[in-house]
Ligand binder design. Structure first.
Ligand code: SF4
Length: 700
């Protein structure tokens, strides 16, 4: 009989990156518990993490390669993928092909996909669903710091006197981080929490202040805070002079308190109370996530927040700093390997010829992408208008998760050649694939992920590969070799891929600034297996910790941080045909398009069906009662959901979760409503402010 064993791995859901101990009993039954030694969670797990053992059955799995919906063998499937991509490149050029990848991929998968597209195909047409999650933060960091550097750590949240949560429902979307804040507040009752969100979310229940801000009012709010800090002489003028540029221009853009009140629809008294609390709290962390990033002004919002931290010198210190929390388990790992269409591996810059040259020499590649590729929304537009002839989608479901989801579906239906590699056989995206490639899932594959505080942890296999499934990195290498790049993709083990990624990132050898994981450049399979979670920048010998920006040096040419002068856009006039504002988001117990959490009856008990939160006055105006079925409509689509009438919602706004697909409910694909409108700097879609109308569904 097989011995029971316990394997140390990492949760595959959110960007908190909790450590998980997965126990496989002698009879093969799997149970999970939080890893008490993992520094992200110290043994805690949320509802999703603790239900992981319930979602690892093989129901609905893609177990064999398929061509045209029929089972085939790996050689035929891989030969076809390689030849179709090679033919498209030969006939139409390297920009006629694209990859759309995912923050669910492990770093090793992400690295090889980027290497193939940017270094060997010679295009940067590889973008990721992380574009929908944190690309505005990436752009904001680069503008302010000269690099995409997240300075915060989870410990900072526990050490802060004031935690400001902007557009972040931590209680449901990053539950273990929320638990850590609650525990810290229990120990230090003087610690204050402010939640800035149009909805009164569960997170607001622990807050001293909830600012029910008008959608997209954040630029005005934080730009106004900068003005307040200056007016009340609460600036750190020494820090501004020594370590920053552009303060005067940013201050000149600050609106008056009356203008902020008009924009945010918050009273001057509420604004003054928040501003005074911020001014008085030296140890302040401002956490932000999708409510900031998913906006036409997402990048400006990020910089408005960073401006306030630079103005007070509250950055690079324990318990202080701006802190963008990532949504997905490996959004940060994707950033390390250049997973976005406008980035290069190892945090290098695709528009910097020296960086391109360094990466090309390292890869010994025949080509290197010379310009940024198509960002997600533009990428699917290019699929729709025929510019993309061959598309490979890895581990994601854009037919349900992209804005104007029906247009994305039509684009895939018209695309000459679509490959989908995924664990599931029949997602709404996989239905459009000419070739389906079975990928290994969580618990079946080995690799690394990086969480929101830049901590790299191992995901480890504890289950056998089912059917003919293969790890993504291996599938990518298999295709690359068939496209003629055998030598560069001859990795025999995931450790070899990680070792190569680490070598390219080696600071000592001219790799990315301070992204010093170079000590893993020579790592072998045994050491990789034993790897413990570690945070970058790595701690040098003899130093307890190293903290980004603790010396006041940034990654701009003059080493100074940049204030960005941001101005709130003119408020758009209400759209009389679509007078309500839809805000989309997540619920506590489901993840993305429910392909995994939808398997757990326990998780589905929390909220069993798609719904819309509606303010009581809006409900009354529309003749809607609690639990009625309502239709939400935008110019792009319509959905039917259950009304949840609640004072938690702002008047004029409606909230609906984005999880449900046709597999779990009919007519509930929320992203069919969202317009393909993006932040002009980051390319991130604006999923939080969608013009809709609503009416009660007549009883049939
Ligand atoms: Fe997994 Fe996130 Fe929950 Fe941690 S908080 S167990 S990473 S879903």
């Amino acid at each position: 009989m097989t011995q029971a064993r316990e394997v140390r791995t990492t949760c595959p859901y959110c960007g908190v990156g909790c450590g998980v101990l997965a126990k496989v009993a002698a009879d093969g039954a799997v149970t999970v518990r939080g890893d008490p030694l993992h520094p992200a969670n110290f043994g805690r797990l949320c509802s999703k993490g603790s239900a992981l053992a319930e979602i690892i059955d093989l129901d609905g799995r893609l177990l064999h390669p398929e061509i045209g919906g029929k089972r085939t063998n790996w050689d035929d499937a891989l030969d076809l993928v390689a030849s179709k991509f090679s033919q498209a490149i030969e006939k139409h050029g390297s920009d006629s092909v694209a990859f759309y990848v995912s923050g669910q991929l492990l770093t090793e998968d992400y690295y090889l996909a980027n290497k193939l597209m940017k270094g060997f195909i010679g295009s940067a047409n590889i973008d990721t669903n992380s574009r929908l999650c944190m690309s505005s933060s990436v752009a904001g960091h680069r503008r302010a710091f000269g690099s995409d550097t997240v300075p915060g750590t989870y410990e900072d949240l526990e050490k802060a006197d004031l935690v400001v949560l902007v557009g972040s429902n931590l209680a449901w979307c990053h539950p273990v981080l929320y638990q850590r804040i609650v525990a810290a507040k229990d120990k230090r009752p003087g610690m204050k929490i402010v939640v800035i969100d149009p909805r009164r979310t569960m997170t607001a229940d622990i807050a001293e202040m909830h600012l029910a801000i008008a959608p997209d009012g954040d630029v005005a709010l934080f730009s106004g805070l900068l003005g307040y800090l200056a007016a009340k002489d609460r600036l750190n003028r020494d820090y501004i002079a020594a370590h920053t540029n552009g303060f005067d221009e940013a201050l000149a853009a600050a609106p008056s308190l009356a203008d902020v009140a008009a924009w945010t629809e918050l009273s001057p008294e509420t604004l003054s109370a928040f501003y005074a609390l911020f001014a008085a709290s030296e140890k302040t962390v401002t956490v932000y996530s999708q409510g900031v990033n998913q906006s036409v002004s997402g990048t400006d919002k990020v910089n408005a927040i960073i401006n306030c931290h630079l103005a007070t010198g509250r950055i690079g210190k324990p318990g202080a700093g701006p802190f963008s929390i990532t949504g997905q388990p490996n959004a940060m790992g994707g950033r390390e390997v250049g997973g976005l269409a406008n980035m290069l591996a190892a945090h290098m810059d695709i528009e910097n010829s020296e960086h391109r040259d360094r990466v090309q020499r390292f890869w010994a590649s025949p080509a290197i992408a010379e310009k940024p590729g198509l960002k997600a929304v533009d990428l699917f537009r290019a699929v729709g208008d025929g510019r993309i002839k061959a598309l490979w989608i890895m581990a994601t479901n854009p037919v349900d998760s992209m804005p104007e989801a029906d247009a994305v579906q039509a684009a895939l239906a018209a695309c000459p050649f679509v490959v989908v590699s995924d664990v599931l056989a029949r997602t709404d995206t996989a239905r459009h694939a000419h070739v389906r490639l079975p990928a290994a899932g969580w618990g079946e594959k080995d690799g690394t992920v990086t969480n929101s505080e830049r901590r790299i942890s191992r995901q480890r296999a504890f289950l056998p590969l089912p059917g003919e499934a293969r790890p993504d990195w291996r599938i990518i290498a298999d295709v690359a070799r068939r496209m003629g790049f055998a030598e560069a993709f001859d990795h025999q083990h995931q450790a070899a891929v990680f070792a190569e990624h680490a070598a390219l990132s080696d600071f000592e050898n001219g790799g990315a600034r301070d992204f010093d994981i170079g000590r893993y450049a020579g790592i072998d399979a045994e050491a990789y297996e034993a790897m413990q979670p570690f945070q970058w920048p790595a701690r040098p010998e003899g130093r307890e910790s190293i903290r980004f920006f603790d010396n006041g040096h940034f990654y701009t040419p003059d080493r100074k941080a940049r204030f960005i002068a941001v101005r709130a856009h003119e408020k758009a006039a209400p759209n009389p045909a679509y007078p309500l504002t839809l805000n989309t988001g997540r619920i506590r117990d489901h993840w993305h398009t429910m392909t995994r959490t939808g398997k757990s009856p326990r998780l589905s008990q929390h909220i069993a069906e798609p719904f819309a939160e509606i303010h009581p006055l809006d409900a009354a105006l529309h003749g809607i009662a609690d639990a009625d079925l309502v239709r939400l409509e935008s110019p792009h689509g319509s959905v039917v959901v259950r009304a949840l009438v609640t004072m938690r919602q702002r008047r004029g706004s409606v909230f609906a979760p984005m999880h449900w697909t046709d597999q779990f409910a009919s007519n509930a694909r929320i992203d069919t409503l969202a317009p393909a409108v993006v932040d002009p700097i980051s390319g991130q879609p604006a999923s939080k402010k969608i013009d809709i109308r609503m009416h009660k569904l007549a009883a049939s």
